[in-house]
Write a protein that binds this ligand. Sequence first.
Ligand code: TIU
Length: 231
Amino acid sequence: MTQQTELTIDAQPGPFTLDSTKTALIVIDMQRDFIEPGGFGESLGNDVSLLAEIVPTVAALLAFARGHRWLVVHTRESHAPDLSDCPAAKRLRGAPNARIGDAGPMGRILIRGEPGNAIIEPLAPLAGELVIDKPGKGAFYATRLGEELAIRGITHLVFAGVTTEVCVQTSMREANDRGYDSLLIEDATASYFPAFKQATLDMISSQGGIVGWTAPFSSLTKLDEAIPAWR
Ligand code: TIU
């Protein structure tokens, strides 16, 4: 049977309708530097254990996206080894002994190609999926993401990843300015600060969806349970 490509998802502030042939899942920065001890997240003074809790849900969301043949995009926050793409306004954050580019237990912090910069193994990209290295908080800033989406005719974006109020929210605001309709999966995103996560979810969907939509992952899976012939 032909797979139905249009899905309508229960979301805040209202239903989010997408066409799978024009949709991309954007998984933001699920890399060791943020999720494991010894990386950038910990160097900023954060408890990284909070972020690991979403890994099973992000893995299930990846499986859903692959099953529905969405374009899958993974981002990594990363910098060139010579730090030419890391302004002082960014590098001078964190504790003085553990800044971007400094040596850490997983290699140089937030540097492209270092062990700590890799996407965590349970969420590893598959062949054919896009991996975007981004020097900023937003996934569109100084990357080829916009061009990659445009040549594939993508109109709708589904977001997951970390952290909710920093790189995820920045990327969703960039997407909104560029004309994409965006949905954030609530239990597939995390922050070092749970109150910031909740505030961000509220900010995104308030004012009639001023930035986009939010929904729990169950709003997607219940669609497959209702019509198993889609799979
Ligand atoms: N510090 C923090 O919450 N986030 C970042 O620095 N980068 C991302 O959100 N990926």
